[in-house]
Design a protein around this ligand. Sequence first.
Ligand code: UDP
Length: 453
Amino acid sequence: MEEIPNKSHVLVLPFPVQGHINPMIQFSKRLASKGSIKVTLITIDSISKSMPMLEYGSIKIHSIPSNDSPPESYDHFLEWFRSLVCKTLTTIVETLSDTDHEYPVKVIVFDSITTWAIDLAHELGLKGAAFFTQSCALSVIYYHMDPERTEVCYDGCGNVCLPSLPLLEKQDLPSFVSQSYLYPSLSKLVFSRNVNFKKADWLLFNSFDVLEKEVIDWLRTQCRIKTIGPIIPSMYLDTRLKDDKEYGLSLFKPNSETCMKWLDLREIGSVVYVSFGSLASLGEQQMEELAFGLLMTDCYFLWVVRATEENKLPKEFMSKAKEKCLIVNWCPQLDVLAHRAVGCFFTHCGWNSTLEALSLGVPMVAMPQWSDQPTNAKFICDVWQTGVRVKAGENGVITREEVARSIRQVMEEEKGVTLKENASKWKQLAKEAVDDGGSSDKNIEEFLKFVMH
Ligand code: UDP
């Protein structure tokens, strides 16, 4: 008699900001594509209303209604979200299990930032998998530099030497380590994630084995981590998931047609794409230096300036830039990076943007702002060697000359050719990792087996 496979229902609980939801939706799609499984993504109303569809194949979206709108400050938001989920999760799990006995809820995949979710999962008799939306290197840094656990590890020059990592100067450290005084509560939060290493049943990382080989080998000596990335829509990598062309959520509305039409008019590799992601905000002086630095090059540039940042653009800039520049409030970043006209990504080095550039083979100019971005920039320049980093002047501002110099290095000089070759190599390795039988693909299958038990 044919064996009936076990069936299972997985709940996925991302922290509701763009850079965290995108990879967790993608992970859900990969998981659901393996069959015999249902996935429900749990989020809040303000996010679900920006999702064009409330269902993606076998993935359902469950939006938790709330009477009050989410608070703006991070601290209050974190607590608001925790309390909302804690109040409602039991009912959600009971309702889902009652309506579908065939697919019992067995596992919650939660954002590693919401450390309280593991206790909640265990109280409900479920297993919990912590999903990390940053690099493995970051986790190693936080693991070793946890003020609760360790006396750290600076050498006489203020550099940090940790197992499996390159020597890190102050400028390479995450801002929650190097400038923790600026972000007391967020710094506390990132270190609190270390609790996942003790409590979570699984640890999932949006990275892939060869990308962070030494770091991952070391982490594996400490805990059971599984790399499942790069989690970007399949169409841009292995093309195995039909119709998986976009993340499915855009909290900002992209000016897609304008961008693609403008790029279509440009020659191969002639455009610098400039973006600082969904959160980072430049000072007015820095914005001016950047704007005029871009103009000093001979390149075309497509610059994402979010609506809330637009008032910082220097007044005389727009008239001067008309010929060479397209400014939009948001763009379809994957399509832009995949466009043949784009020769360089001038980036804040957010982890998703970094993985996207590596997966699509685009060389970078790194201008990290905060959080994990300085460490990502270090790896981009010195480990993966797919980019150069701008150097700040004494007052911390990056001058227009430095902006132009860095772009020319990538777009015009011999160095750029090597960066491009390296980028193409990483693109191939990223594809292999998620393709049939690749390291990340195998890890997702192993996770699936765990979910089925
Ligand atoms: N993104 C986009 N359009 C833009 C800028 C960014 O779609 O104009 C997407 C980008 O593809 C990435 C995410 O927003 O998936 C940004 O995540 P990242 O980790 O790079 O930075 P964060 O916004 O979290 O700082």
